[in-house]
Design a protein around this ligand. Structure first.
Ligand code: B12
Ligand code: SF4
Ligand code: SF4
Length: 449
């Protein structure tokens, strides 16, 4: 211990030159000074949220888990070059996304250097990839903190019909990031009182998979299967295609040359998305709305039509709502049946994921109450009610079921992962069904995989 006190660094600290002592914990940063700093470092917009704010209570745990010292959340946005975002050529749009993402991280790094000089500690959340992939198997939520609700609270915009944050001036084509700092600021920002979304539904019209519905429903599974074909689960499915191929000819039958090369582009530069048309066509925001209001026909033909008329592959799960949507709305686009590489690693995850993967179109006409009893590794009871194209999942057994499924949890997960056959599982009594087996088939139809 005495030896440590003699070390030059320790001496320096005890002689009051340590940052800890120079900056008392009760000081606050002037909001306008910090705002100017963030803008000067390159942010297009910035807002501040107090960690104690009641309306972010559900995100507080996530934030403090990453950075327990957090007193203030700085949300920053960077606008994208909308002409690039609107390009029907994927490489042009994708580069704009990648560069904006990188730029936001650079901006956050520069802000943190400036703040460190002032004795303020900060952490850059890094808004997008890479994510915490070891959470993939445990909880599925691989992002650390959800940025959209924080951006709303910071007054940067409001989530529009397409579920992305629309900035009142810059519109939808913004990327988000956040920084957590250990210091309070003098005043905090408030959410906007009016959403910039004008409910034109162009995002609905141009979404190739039908993931965005006119009534506001968002089909997570349809979006991720197509748009993330060369990211996350799409990549896993590609790997499995390679493994399952009997030989080169078989592989070529499964994956075309252009798809293999496209995967190479994603692996060697940065993972690319397949559409993002919902963001490309959105006319909301002061900088864009004039163009739309002045000449709607012109807007449709120059901004929306190129996406809608583009001949391209749309990646769907066999039997999904997206498959039906492409055939109905975009017959000139090619339906490409794939897997999305997503499978639950636990019964808990399976139950939580059901609403996100529910294909309401496929459930049409089904009205049934299901009880599940899982045994073995996980002991879980749950009730699933499907009615009027909606799904409700509850813990425990509620009401009188039309079908009761009693299953060994491990066998059930293997069945979902297509590693075990349901007929074998029923014969070997690993899965038991009480009620009409047709109801199990109807249930499966709601979750094509
Ligand atoms: C998960 C995610 C997705 C998912 C779900 C999309 C969605 N609507 O949320 C997928 C892979 C489909 C996706 C696609 C896209 N995304 Co995204 N995505 C995220 C992420 C990581 C978290 C979103 C979130 O906050 N979810 C929770 C709640 C608050 O949002 P929600 O809409 O109510 O929830 C939906 C889903 O998230 C999902 N969900 C909710 N809880 C859970 C839990 C688990 C375990 C899972 C798996 C899913 C899930 O179900 C909900 C309904 O569908 C954020 C980055 C971040 N760290 O915040 C970027 C983010 C939202 N994405 C963004 C973008 C740009 C896109 C794309 C255009 C693709 C691209 N080029 O990056 C498309 C647009 C699709 C769309 N219309 O929303 C931007 C949006 C910018 C903006 N202006 O708002 C963000 C903020 C990234 C960033 N740093 O800027 N994305
Ligand atoms: S395209 Fe129209 S409906 Fe969709 S989010 Fe933008 S303004 Fe709202
Ligand atoms: S990213 Fe593509 S598939 Fe997903 S909601 Fe937007 S337009 Fe639809």
């Amino acid at each position: 211990m005495n030896k440590l006190k003699e070390h030059p660094a320790a001496k320096n600290f005890y002689e009051n030159r340590g940052i800890e002592q120079a900056f008392p914990s009760d000081r606050r940063i002037d909001t306008e000074w910090l705002r100017e700093l963030c803008l000067a470092m390159g942010a297009s917009a910035v807002g501040f949220v107090d960690i104690e704010r009641e309306s972010i209570a559900e995100h507080k745990k996530d934030i403090l888990e990453v950075y327990p010292r957090t007193k203030t959340v700085i949300v920053i946005a960077s606008k994208m070059n909308r002409e690039n975002v609107r390009a029907p050529f994927r490489n042009i749009a994708n580069v704009e996304y990648h560069k904006t993402e990188d730029n936001l991280n650079e901006i956050a790094r520069k802000i943190s250097v400036k703040l460190e000089h002032k004795g303020v500690r900060s952490m850059n959340l890094s808004g997008a990839f890479p994510f915490e992939m070891d959470r993939w198997a445990s909880e599925g939520k691989i992002w650390v903190v959800a940025l959209k609700p924080l951006a709303q609270e910071a007054g940067l915009g409001w989530m529009g019909h397409h579920r992305m944050v629309i900035h009142p001036k810059f519109g939808s084509a913004i990327f988000l990031n956040a920084m957590l700092i250990d210091t309070e600021v003098t005043t905090y920002d408030k959410p906007l009182t009016q959403s910039p979304c004008i409910e034109c539904k162009l995002c609905v019209t141009s979404c190739p998979t039908g993931a965005i519905s006119a009534d506001g429903h968002f089909d997570f599974a349809s979006c991720i299967t197509h748009n993330y074909r060369e990211k996350l689960g799409g990549f896993s499915d590609w790997v499995e295609n390679i493994v399952q191929s009997k030989n080169v000819i078989d592989y070529r039958g499964r994956v075309s040359d252009s798809e293999t090369l496209s995967m190479w582009q994603s692996l060697s530069s940065k993972a690319n998305t397949k559409c993002d048309y919902c963001m490309a066509v959105c006319p909301a925001g002061d900088d864009l709305i004039g163009e739309y209001l002045k000449d709607r026909k012109g807007y449709l033909s120059t901004v929306v039509k190129p996406h809608n008329e583009k001949e391209e592959k749309v990646y769907v799960i066999k039997g999904s709502d997206a498959e039906a949507h492409v055939a109905r709305r975009f017959p000139h686009k090619e339906v490409r049946r794939v897997g999305n590489g997503i499978r639950p690693a636990s019964i808990k995850q399976f139950m939580e994921a059901l609403p996100r993967f529910f294909q309401r179109g496929q459930s049409e006409g089904l009205e049934a109450l299901y009880h599940f009893t899982f045994k073995g590794n996980e002991n879980i009871k749950a009730t699933v009610a499907i009615k009027d194209k909606t799904i409700l999942v509850n813990e425990g057994h509620i009401g009188k079921p039309d079908l009761h499924v009693i299953a060994d949890s491990e066998t059930w997960l293997k069945f979902l992962a297509k590693e075990k056959n349901i007929v074998w599982a029923i014969i070997s009594r690993k899965i038991k069904v009480k009620g009409a087996p047709s109801l199990l088939l109807a249930f499966g139809k709601c979750f094509p995989s």
